[in-house]
Design a protein around this ligand. Sequence first.
Ligand SMILES: O=C(O)C(=O)[C@@H](O)CO
Ligand SMILES: [Mg+2]
Length: 255
Amino acid sequence: MALSYSANLGFLWTELALPDAVRAAAKAGFDAVELHWPYAVEPSLLKQALAESGLPVLGLNTSKGNVDAGEFGLSALPGRGDDARAAIDQALAYATAIGATAIHVMAGKTNALEARDTFVANLRYAADRAAPAGITILLEPLNLHDVPGYFLHDNATAASIIEEAGRDNIRIMFDCYHVGRSGKSILEEFDAHRERIGHVQFAAVPDRGEPDAGEVDFATVLPELAARGHAGHFGAEYKPRRSTDEGLGWLAAWR
Ligand SMILES: O=C(O)C(=O)[C@@H](O)CO
Ligand SMILES: [Mg+2]
């Protein structure tokens, strides 16, 4: 079975302007692209590069908030409802302008008692506004080594939050790197939450470099995830050890 790969342009070809990174991903043979925080780029420039390349754009993230204050997302932060909803509105407007099909609503760093209720309320807000445009809302557990204090750090919690939110267009962004870095089995976690998974990402564990090195044998794990039911793209969200182009041997080899 041929797998489809999406280039995460938050980490790949970061030396290029975003529209040129889209062109580089197409030239390298990727099937799609996905973004982190594209907001500084005029959407029409990105749209033009996407149209030229013929690649779909899968998703983007809501704003991190005040980075200088250490924020990494807003949607689970009690008392920040206006900012969280503004970030969701911004992401929806941008996604609609470029034709992106999903938005990752970032929870943020908090251990407040009201965090879960706050996150659920903001996810419902996002899902209800995204639904008419056919956009999926993603939530992503992040490992606590990389993002200490992040509210959402395991798939079981993500699944129960989705259940509580009660909207059909909310799914888990299943990032194999975060699962592996948390010391869990990628296949077992995938099986446990398969019905709720909307997108899959990957990178070497534990260094987050190219996926053809490290503790996880992605050359067999990714086809196994496809065999177990993942029909979508696999998002290459890794930090190249040297240049992006130098590290692309895996893409040709796994085709
Ligand atoms: O860090 C990751 O993993 C991501 O997918 C980013 O979008 C930020 O959470
Ligand atoms: Mg990820």
